[in-house]
Design a binder for this molecule. Structure first.
Ligand code: KIV
Length: 269
């Protein structure tokens, strides 16, 4: 029996932009074909986030993710979810100037079926985003708490706590929209400020840790399915106890192997 709602429609840039004030967008990360296929008929967009450097590769931050890694995982995701709207995160250090950003974005487009790329940065990166969008690259922005800025910012800090920062974030969103981005991720921002950002632009704002005031939400799959056990950020909701279920299942398998109840007669040739 299918649990997929039949009102689901495949997304493209136009539909994503038109969803502003019409429909909330559901975005989830994926790093491989297996999970991407599971998400394909429910998520409006699948993000191959550089968070894969942490959840998949076990590193402590996203900074060492490489373009080759992102391309490898994007190909896996696109193979599993052939009709999904897939966005690839440009990793740290791959868009430090306009020419390098365009060269690397073209490499992503040539070597994968990604529909768009995502770039962290606001006013400071608007010229780079403009250069990409002027050259037919679809760009999703990412402002607020930006994991690639973790060392320069001295940690992961919730943004929008002062009037000055609120103004900066609104300026960032407007600059990214003006540069031609089709949507913006707003991460780790006070909900009251996320509301003002959402109202300040005409493209969909996808929130994570920014309250329910945005035009959609994005979550890292291993967080929302309860596979990541180290800690649970305040903004994460566990829709499943993934780690527990896996451990219970593998323990059951081990018991069955040990008492020879697996494989059964029906499971042998
Ligand atoms: O890398 C990632 O998964 C992201 C999301 C958290 C938005 O950027």
């Amino acid at each position: 029996m299918s649990i997929i709602k039949n009102d689901f429609e495949k997304m493209n840039i136009t539909k994503i932009k038109n969803s502003k004030n019409n429909k909330k967008l559901t975005v989830i990360t994926a790093y491989d074909a297996l999970f991407a296929k599971l998400f394909e008929d429910t998520a409006d967009m699948i993000l191959v986030g550089d968070s894969l450097n942490m959840s998949f590769a076990g590193k402590s931050d996203t900074l060492s993710a490489t373009l080759e890694q992102m391309i490898y995982h994007t190909n896996a995701v696109c193979a599993g979810a052939k009709s999904a709207f897939v966005i690839t995160d440009m990793p740290f250090g791959t868009y430090i100037n306009k020419d390098q950003a365009l060269e690397n974005a073209i490499k992503v487009y040539r070597e994968t079926n990604a529909a768009a790329i995502k770039i962290e940065g606001g006013e400071d990166r608007a010229d780079i985003i403009k250069h990409l969008t002027s050259n037919s690259i679809a760009v999703m922005g990412h402002i607020g708490l930006m994991p690639q800025y973790v060392r320069s910012e001295g940690g992961y800090k919730v943004r929008g706590k002062t009037p000055q920062d609120e103004e900066q974030l609104i300026r960032d969103a407007i600059a990214v929209e003006k540069a031609g981005a089709f949507s913006i991720v707003v991460e780790g921002v006070m909900s009251s400020v996320a509301k003002k950002i959402t109202e300040a632009v005409n493209i969909p704002i996808i929130g994570i840790g920014a309250g329910n005031v945005t035009d959609g939400q994005v979550l890292v799959w291993s967080d929302m399915l309860g596979f990541f056990e180290e800690f649970k950020p305040k903004f994460v909701r566990h829709y499943m106890q993934g780690a527990l279920l896996v451990k219970e299942a593998v323990n059951q398998y081990r018991n069955d192997v040990q008492d020879s109840s697996f494989p059964s007669k029906e499971e042998e040739y």
